[in-house]
Design a protein. Structure first.
Length: 307
């Protein structure tokens, strides 16, 4: 029953989002408003609080460095595998690397371990945020347009609320300002405000994910291979990271964070930057397929660690 209590609400909210999408109960414009609220305001608040209360040490820097290597290795593997998909594989490298932290990892981790332990997965997500909004954006934009100017890249980065949340959270945590606040008499007021703002985040984001799940039969074969490539690649990378950094994951919540995070889908930005309807359909379908695989992984992780 403990496993069901964690997993069932997640699938119910996802299913409700899918139902609203299929039946048109909520218009696309309405969903965009919900998504903007969740990702542009509430999620940055979650990031500030999580990173502001995280522990900053040489081990944290080591973890960020290793995760940057993991992201780079996954990207290069995507380029090496691209010829296997022919013309369909143009955007394969951008579906083998990065992790969808805000829209998937955070709500699922909160469901499993609670918001109080969120700093464990936020530490893993630091490198992902930096990589996504620099290397990833530059390469995926250049793939579609043939080039990517520094001004366009800077404009995209400055429009990403998550980056501000990450930067402010690291600043408040590394300087000790937020821990100092939490040790002061004002802590109950701050905590009450944070709880009010962050409680609905998981449900809203999972609802949006369910609403956007789409499978296009015309590209299902290529998308299926892409999902398989990523699954095998991330399993191999997880084994390497676990072997190299096992002392950093001695606590149950840290172990869950690592395993769950590396089985998350790639960032949901790929279809937005893919040029051409066929490429957009391929990227969207591959993301949807891997999102379903991530939910299966979440269920198995819940069963394993709850045993």
């Amino acid at each position: 029953m403990e496993i069901l209590a964690i997993v069932l609400p997640v699938f119910l909210i996802l299913g409700l989002g899918m139902l609203c999408g299929r039946l048109g109960l909520i218009a696309r414009e309405g969903m965009e408003g919900i998504k903007q609220l969740a990702t542009s305001f509430l999620l940055p608040v979650v990031l500030v609080n999580a990173l502001g209360t995280a522990e900053y040490s040489p081990a944290t820097l080591l973890l960020v460095g290793v995760m940057l290597l993991v992201l780079t290795a996954a990207l290069l593997a995507g380029y090496l595998l691209r010829p296997l998909l022919g013309r369909r594989g143009t955007y394969l490298p951008f579906l083998t690397t990065t992790y969808e932290g805000g829209m998937m990892a955070y709500p699922l981790y909160i469901a499993l371990c609670g918001a109080g332990a969120l700093s464990n997965i936020a530490a893993l997500d630091m490198a992902n945020c930096v990589f996504t909004f620099t290397v990833y954006l530059a390469l995926i934009t250049a793939t579609g347009q043939g080039r990517c100017s520094g001004r366009d890249l800077l404009h995209t980065v400055l429009r990403a609320p998550a980056m501000y949340g990450v930067a402010l959270g690291i600043l408040l945590g590394a300087t000790g300002l937020l821990p100092t606040l939490l040790a002061s008499p004002a802590a109950p007021v701050y905590q009450a405000a944070i709880d009010m703002l962050t409680t609905p985040v998981s449900a809203l984001i999972l609802f949006c994910v369910g609403y956007d799940l789409r499978l296009d039969r015309q590209v299902l074969s290529a998308a299926g291979l892409t999902a398989l490539f990523r699954l095998l690649l991330q399993t191999a990378l997880l084994a390497v990271v676990w072997f190299l950094l096992s002392p950093l994951f001695a606590v149950r919540e840290q172990q869950i964070a690592l395993v769950l995070y590396l089985y998350m889908p790639p960032c949901f930005m790929a279809p937005l930057y893919a040029q051409g309807e066929n490429h957009k359909a391929y990227a969207s379908t591959a993301l949807s397929l891997y999102t379903l695989l991530s939910l299966v992984a979440f269920t198995l992780i819940t069963a394993f660690f709850a045993a």
